[in-house]
Design a protein around this ligand. Sequence first.
Ligand code: ARG
Length: 268
Amino acid sequence: MTMDATSRRYLMCRPTYFAVEYAINPWMDPSAPVDAGLAMRQWDALRGIYLDLGHTVEEIDPLPGLPDMVFAANGATVVDGRVLAVEFRDPQRADEAPAYAHWFERAGFEVHEAKHVNEGEGDLLLAGDLLLAGTGFRTTAAAHDRAQEIFGRPTVTLQLVDPRFYHLDTALCVLDEDTVAYLPDAFSPGSRAALRRLFPDAVLASAEDAAVLGLNAVSDGRHVVLPAQATGLAAALRDRGYDTIGVDLSELRKAGGGPKCCTLEVRS
Ligand code: ARG
């Protein structure tokens, strides 16, 4: 089977002010050292992979005092050129929301206010015509209803139950229009059953692969950029015909983020 890649437009934020200064998820330990220079080189390597694949990468200016702003996936959700702004659960990240909203306004997009806690593409993932919507830790179910109103895509609420997988994009990856990979144990029994019905051929990830944030991956329909440590998942994806590209984001993982967290897809 040949898989088709489509060229993508991504927004990223350079980790100039990246640090682990507070703990809002179980990956974050403010007492553990972070190598800021290495974080920058790893992020640059991720950006370089996208450029080599022929994707467009735009950058939003990082702001001092916002060490998690590198996680651009949390900055908005963009479908059909419509932008749903975000509202963070935690006060430490609150000021990122207007920064991302202004970037989109300046770029000429119609921006809709969040109205509810909603952490963007961290929890709202477009899979074909469906919007898969995570809740349980960050984004609220009320935000799912709002997303359906704004985007007019059937929105499927999925309950996350494991605090290590606090955003949907740490537990599930959209591979193409009709395939996903996910960690079943990260979801409630009902959500797991719903995922089985929607995606009977999904790639099921192991606990080991999820534990290195392997599911925090970015696919263009053919190439899947994922954490280099997720070797089992990479092999399973290659068996299905995807080309896998491993990237080491060890420093960003100390904040609970991987490739997908650093990447916001701008869909026009
Ligand atoms: N430290 C950040 C937080 O807890 C990490 C965000 C990761 N982003 C993501 N899309 N999963 O909010």
